[in-house]
Design a protein around this ligand. Structure first.
Ligand code: AMP
Length: 217
């Protein structure tokens, strides 16, 4: 399965990506996670990405395309993969197609998770992520056992770019630069839109339906 997950910041891509990757036994390739790890490790990539991320802007296409291109060559991505947070611009989508074509492959599914605009800010601002296992909670809609700790005991952290002013900027960037990516996949006839409201389990069921029940247990 070769899949891209689309949707605005706060739509629930990361939550659904984790579920899908586990269920289908394919790697979740999240450019946001890769960039955050590079930042924590203080690598040159992390230093470069930092100012863009903190301002809610996109990291330049050539940087993220390079990351994904390399990751797609890993052995674990051979049977399939799930891209979460990439592509975010039409040039990224074109570069992805080019890189896959070199391997004789192509994206099979693009699923867009849709959430009303007025809910997106609250979803991002209330998000907390476990620093140990990466599990994603929402303080109100998907609450952790305690506001500070994950089920695994790890500490919960709020992403720096989930502060309200940065979230609003990320939503504007999405409108300007990422929305056209849906049209790109729609023109290819592989775009499915799903309602992202409700619990992660409800959205997960809609996701499996959109994928035609592939891999259903
Ligand atoms: P995310 O975790 O997907 O919300 O991404 C967090 C931030 O990482 C974004 O606001 C961007 O600054 C950067 N980023 C992640 N993926 C991409 C991408 N495909 N293109 C450009 N910037 C990205």
């Amino acid at each position: 399965m070769m899949l891209v997950l689309l949707g605005a910041p706060g739509a629930g891509k990361g939550t659904q990506a984790r579920r899908l990757a586990l269920r289908h036994g394919i790697p979740q390739i999240s450019t946001g996670d890769i960039l955050r790890e590079a930042r924590s490790a203080g690598t040159p990539l992390g230093l470069l990405a930092r100012s863009f991320m903190d301002a809610g802007q996109l990291v330049p296409d050539e940087v993220v395309v390079g990351i994904v291109r390399e990751r797609l060559h890993s052995p674990d991505a051979k049977p399939g993969f799930l891209l979460d947070g990439f592509p975010r611009t039409v040039p990224q989508a074109e570069a992805l197609d080019g890189a896959l074509a070199e391997q004789g492959r192509g994206i099979e599914h693009a699923v867009k998770i849709e959430v009303p605009k007025e809910d997106l800010v609250e979803r991002s601002v209330g998000r907390r992520t476990c620093a140990t296992c990466g599990r994603i909670y929402h303080l109100r809609y998907s609450p952790p056992p305690s506001p500070e700790a994950c089920e695994c005991g790890g500490a919960l952290v709020q992403r720096a770019d989930d502060q309200e002013d940065v979230v609003r900027e990320r939503l504007e960037v999405f409108e300007r630069q990422t929305r056209p990516v849906s049209a790109y996949y729609e023109a290819r006839g592989i775009l499915r839109r799903i309602d992202g409201s409700g619990t992660p389990e409800e959205v997960g069921r809609r996701m499996e339906e959109a994928l035609g029940g592939e891999g259903r247990a």
